[in-house]
Design a protein around this ligand. Structure first.
Ligand code: SF4
Ligand code: FES
Length: 248
């Protein structure tokens, strides 16, 4: 395939960025999107030009690092896949592909296509944990019965990889899908009840402090989420928040 890439280049957080055009040829359908960018970067390095900076780690759809806005969609045109799992067979010979970083005030651009998503870490640190007594009298986890539906829903919520596509897809740059997945994975389990009140208050407050917008039920986050995290988690977080507010 021969393609035209239009890529966002920005030297640092303070500089003004711009779209730069790069023609690329010899791209195979079986290549991943990131492998296609590797080919471009090898060509740029050979020519003595600066390679395009983009985030990646596992390249297996599990770390959430690869955050690219491809033709206006977080993680591109495929569904339930991350950018690293997107294959070039989803594109056609002669296509022009726009590649930009995830856009949100709370995700400032570090360089080119790499953004700083440490705001997510701070939300997680605010309450995304449980306290377990490890002083020798711990209860075996299997000794606590968990309703099967709750276990399944908690597990589904826990598959969130913190990629930020939900924020990039949202017209309000809301982080409600991410935060609600992190709240839900504990709210549905007995082990999560001890800190439930403090957790939801702290995580929602941190989310607001970071500058993410609110949810207005558009649902774009759920469509673009590579892990299929359900909007039901947002409804659950709102209920948890209301309960916590009443308790004080
Ligand atoms: S909810 Fe989905 S889109 Fe949002 S951070 Fe988690 S995995 Fe990514
Ligand atoms: S590089 Fe880890 S999810 Fe894409």
């Amino acid at each position: 395939m021969n393609l035209t890439l239009k890529i966002w280049r920005q030297s640092d957080a303070k500089s003004q960025g711009k779209i730069v055009e790069y023609p690329i040829s010899g791209i195979e359908g079986d290549m991943s999107f990131l492998e296609m960018l590797d080919v471009l970067n090898e060509e740029l390095i050979t020519k003595g030009e600066e390679p395009v900076v983009f985030d990646h780690d596992c390249r297996e759809g599990i770390c959430g690092a690869c955050s690219l806005q491809i033709n206006g969609e977080p993680h591109g045109p495929d569904r339930l896949v991350t950018t690293c799992q997107l294959h070039m067979r989803k594109f056609n010979d002669g296509d022009t592909i726009f590649i930009e970083p995830f856009r949100a005030k709370a995700f400032p651009v570090v360089k080119d296509l790499m953004v700083d998503r440490s705001a997510f870490d701070r939300i997680q640190h605010a309450g995304g944990y449980i306290s377990v007594n490890t002083s020798g009298n711990t209860i075996d986890a299997n000794a606590i019965p968990v309703n099967k539906d709750n276990a399944d829903d908690a597990f589904a919520a826990a598959t969130c990889i913190g990629c930020g596509a939900c924020v990039a897809a949202c017209k309000n740059a809301s982080a409600m899908l991410f935060t609600s997945a992190k709240v839900s994975q504990y709210a549905l389990l007995p082990q999560g009840q001890v800190e439930a009140t403090d957790r939801v208050m702290a995580m929602v407050n941190q989310m607001d402090e970071e500058g993410f917008g609110n949810c207005t039920n558009t649902g774009a986050c759920e469509i673009e989420c590579p892990k299929g995290i359900s909007l039901e988690n947002i409804a659950r977080m709102n209920r948890e928040y209301m309960k916590a507010s009443i308790k004080g």
